[in-house]
Write a protein that binds this ligand. Sequence first.
Ligand SMILES: Cc1cc2nc3c(=O)[nH]c(=O)nc-3n(C[C@H](O)[C@H](O)[C@H](O)COP(=O)(O)O)c2cc1C
Length: 325
Amino acid sequence: MRTRITEMLGIEHPVVQGGMQWVGLAELASAVSNAGGLGILTGLTQPTPDDLLKEIERCREMTDKPFGVNLTILPTIKPVPYEEYAQAIVDSGIKIVETAGRNPEPFLPLFKGAGITVIHKCTSIRHSLKAEKIGCDMVSVDGFECAGHPGEDDVTNMILLPIAARRLKIPFLASGGLGDGRGLAAALAMGADGINMGTRFMVTKEAPIHEKVKQAMVEASELDTSLIYRTLRNTARVFKNSIAEQVIEIENQPGDTKFEDIQPLVAGAKGKDLFDTGELDKGIWSAGMVVGLIDDIPTVEELVTRIVTEAEEIINERLGYAVSA
Ligand SMILES: Cc1cc2nc3c(=O)[nH]c(=O)nc-3n(C[C@H](O)[C@H](O)[C@H](O)COP(=O)(O)O)c2cc1C
């Protein structure tokens, strides 16, 4: 398949793996790039900018194909030296960055000066237009279905993508709810230049998380995600487990929710522990509604090939037949 995004990123298939806290390590990112998509290392999963430089080196040993780094600019419990991470990315010679969270404008002179292609992930049309205006090269449009932070507008990709196609000049990826060839074909039909997936890539052999977490996602249906932090206007879509339910219970109590009341349940270290041990009620983890479409644990190569082959068949055969009369 050839789209503006495969050409700009120098990749074979229009399939990108979005940054994922604790999951976006070299094992997964290199596997996605080796399969012809674009793998992305998650910058802040590395404890220091120096560790990020080492992880980039490790990834380079595992693939000679292009891969990127995600820089997520969000409120965090501990302050993060974002400028130092951004500088490490530039120093490493990485040429593709996925930004997410707050407006990436302060980092653009540094990135653009180093010839980096910037993909900004946004959950609304107004933020996508803003990203285009400030000079981002492409956007990832993250619909309400997505894992992680879907924003507060609650607009799904059926609406976001066609509006993005009408209003954006820069290329865009459809993100959120994508997991199979039907999704890829539909995203292209709606005007996107490719897809960005998180949850689906978590459930692959190479994803560096415990088998039990993957198995829970195979067994889950489309109803098995929860929206937490709604009362804090920092909504997150996570896997529905007892901890997510406790968080919602606290949020539903009368009066303002205080983050201190929730913090012990949702601490990042507990999420990491959950991924390492497979103890599913240890903390929370991001997961999207697409868990309803996941029913196996393939290798990344099998997954990417399957998605692209299925999409090509749909476009050539089913859709071709529909217009052939
Ligand atoms: C476990 C997990 C962790 C994530 N962490 C991040 C993150 O640190 N930064 C970020 O920009 N997006 C993060 N995301 C969002 C993904 O990059 C992507 O936008 C999203 O998963 C797309 O929706 P999907 O899961 O339906 O494919 C995360 C997603 C998952 C599943």
